[in-house]
Design a protein around this ligand. Structure first.
Ligand SMILES: [Zn+2]
Length: 247
């Protein structure tokens, strides 16, 4: 049995890649302008999340469409692919497994349920979750000047609450040993079913949902080439800041 699973996992390996257009530590340090156009990002995926140049909102990519949740919580679709991102992570979404949930869970129970679905904490995974939620709390980020650390910005983040809401969550799990590259653990962005609001997920209570999961065996990382990035001293341990900024 185990042998078959391993063989199947190996065969699909090459197609299952997570792409980061920059390491997250640059964003945490406040480099909010990397000028990476979405046309470039879309060469590496049709599904994912991130932010926009100047930290101007939360990004969700779904079926190749790009949505921005701005700091008032409203969503608009971005069709101009010359728009840029300083940090995003994407993949070509091809789910390997599907799970359903039919009972209300607390946020903590939901996170544990997701963890139990992952065969190992040491791979990356992509998730698409469709369903009904008793409660969802999200945040978005207001437009910023460069060099203001993300943890300071996040301390003033506008948050949004939804009750009895239907929608889609898109995101990734990242192993704990690469916090300078991507947000460790589960990172999800939410869009309501009518695609009118959403944001970076802080907390939720799911009631009924379908979760699709993809195993990601390869990480591809692009490194920026602008002067800010090239000359920055990245020796500071950003993991505490990142934990605060993302929760
Ligand atoms: Zn986020």
């Amino acid at each position: 049995m185990e042998g078959t699973t391993v063989r199947r996992m190996r065969k699909r390996k090459a197609d299952n890649k997570i792409y980061l257009c920059a390491p997250v530590n640059a964003l945490v340090e406040g480099i909010y302008e990397q000028n990476i156009p979405f046309s470039e990002l879309k060469k590496h995926g049709d599904f994912g999340l991130g932010t926009f140049n100047d930290l101007d909102g939360e990004m969700v990519m779904m079926d190749g469409l790009i949505y921005r949740v701005s700091s008032d919580g409203k969503v608009n679709q971005i069709t101009d692919e010359t728009a840029c991102t300083p940090f995003s992570c994407v993949t070509f979404f091809q789910p390997a497994t599907e799970e359903t949930l039919n009972q209300e869970l607390s946020h903590e129970e939901f996170m544990n349920w997701m963890k139990d679905l992952m065969p190992s904490p040491n791979l990356f995974y992509a998730f698409r979750i469709e369903g009904e939620f008793a409660y969802v709390k999200t945040r978005s980020v207001p437009k910023q000047e460069n060099y203001r650390p993300l943890v300071e910005v996040a301390a003033e983040q506008p948050t949004f609450e939804f009750t009895n809401t239907k929608g889609t969550m898109i995101g990734f799990y990242t192993p704990p040993f690469v916090p300078s590259l991507n947000v460790p653990g589960v990172h999800l962005h939410y869009l309501t079913m009518d695609r009118s609001s959403g944001g970076h997920l802080l907390e939720c209570r799911p009631r009924k949902l379908m979760l699709e999961m993809q195993y990601l065996y390869t990480l591809e990382l692009s490194l920026p080439s602008n002067l800010d990035y090239l000359t920055w001293d990245f020796q500071r341990d950003i993991s505490k800041d990142l934990d605060k900024a993302e929760k």
